[in-house]
Design a protein around this ligand. Structure first.
Ligand SMILES: [Zn+2]
Length: 339
């Protein structure tokens, strides 16, 4: 059974190895589709350094091919989303059966093996059955939807609240769509006009290219109050302190995404404005709620034009796209088909 591995930065190989169910509560899953994200490309390039060798791809869907006799929620042929955050199983919360409070969630593709492989064996509790109305491509975004919901829960904004979002890639785009679903008013900011145009076609009405008129524009939209809170998506093209001047006094800035680049922030504005700075990344995720949001079409992924490639092209795609990303190009997520 084929497994793709990153051996060291920019070096990838395919190996054959067996995968078999070891306990009654495990299931073996035929991975059908995996998402190739900029996050995976950073692991490939070594910008994010996992313990190599590592199987990449954090997000995947598949079909159960064999279920242990103790499995209750999945059986042979159940279509599933594979949890991208796996409780460590070792901390005091995990041992006390409160794995949702795990202190050290392991992210697939960096902290533990990702899903670019023909088959994966997983504990049943790490598999989320998918309703037929959610397509495989949409289901690949369950982890991102879930992360965005965590951010919105933390913001806890009343209806009509303006939220400035820095970064119009897939995470920022989906976050804005969910903010609209929750009746908040997102203002999406990026340096890339193409991403902003995609966001506009997803129904996000306030999109701004970051420039010297940004604070003035946000002041105008908010009647001078500025954004009640801001969200900055990790590895963005804007400075990490860009949210401070557009966030209102006493507001909150949440840093989120799948990892952060090393960066320096000028804190004076944040301190003068008494902002609360916080982070949400790799927190416990409510996957069931995320799947439900996709069933309810709270997010429209069609304008993102997610392309699909056969997995045979994986090595080539990693190499090409990692170069494009390093060259500052807007690299979108794509699907690798393992069927
Ligand atoms: Zn734990």
């Amino acid at each position: 059974m084929k497994t793709w591995k990153i051996l060291s930065p920019k070096s990838m190989a395919v190996e054959e190895r067996p995968e078999s169910v070891q306990t009654a509560t495990q299931a073996k899953v035929k991975v059908t589709n995996a998402l190739l994200t900029p996050f995976d490309l950073r692991v490939y390039r070594g910008t994010i350094k996992p313990g190599y060798p590592i199987v990449p791809c954090r997000f995947a869907v598949g079909v159960v091919s064999e279920a242990g006799e103790g499995c209750l929620s999945v059986e042979k042929n159940t279509r599933v989303y594979m949890r991208d955050l796996i409780p460590c199983g070792e901390c005091n919360h995990c041992i006390a059966d409160r794995s949702e409070q795990c202190r050290r969630m392991l992210a697939a593709g960096t902290d533990c093996e990702g899903f670019l492989r023909d088959f994966a064996v997983a504990e049943e509790s790490n598999l989320c059955p998918l309703p037929p109305s959610v397509s495989d491509t949409d289901a690949l975004f369950v982890g991102i939807v879930s992360l965005c919901e965590e951010v919105i829960d933390r913001l806890d904004v009343p209806k009509g609240t303006h939220v400035a979002v820095f970064g119009a890639g897939e995470v920022g785009n989906i976050l804005c769509q969910l903010l609209i679903y929750h009746q908040a008013v997102p203002i999406l900011i990026d340096t890339d006009e193409e991403r902003l145009a995609v966001a506009a076609s997803c129904g996000i009405y306030y999109t701004f290219k970051a420039d010297e008129t940004l604070a003035e524009n946000i002041s105008r939209i908010t009647g001078g109050h500025m954004a009640a809170c801001s969200v900055y998506i990790g590895y963005g093209s804007l400075p990490v302190d860009a949210p401070y001047e557009v966030t209102s006094i006493g507001g909150t800035v949440v840093y989120t995404g799948f990892g952060f680049a090393t960066a320096k922030a000028a804190l004076k504005t944040a301190l003068d404005r008494r902002l609360t700075l916080t982070t949400i990344t790799n927190d416990y995720s409510n996957y069931a709620a995320a799947i439900n949001l996709l069933v309810n079409k709270a997010v429209n992924l069609a304008p993102l034009k997610i392309e699909t490639f056969p997995v045979a092209q994986a090595e080539e795609l990693f190499a090409e796209r990692a170069e494009e990303l390093a060259g500052g190009k807007n690299v979108r997520c794509c699907v690798l088909n393992l069927m």
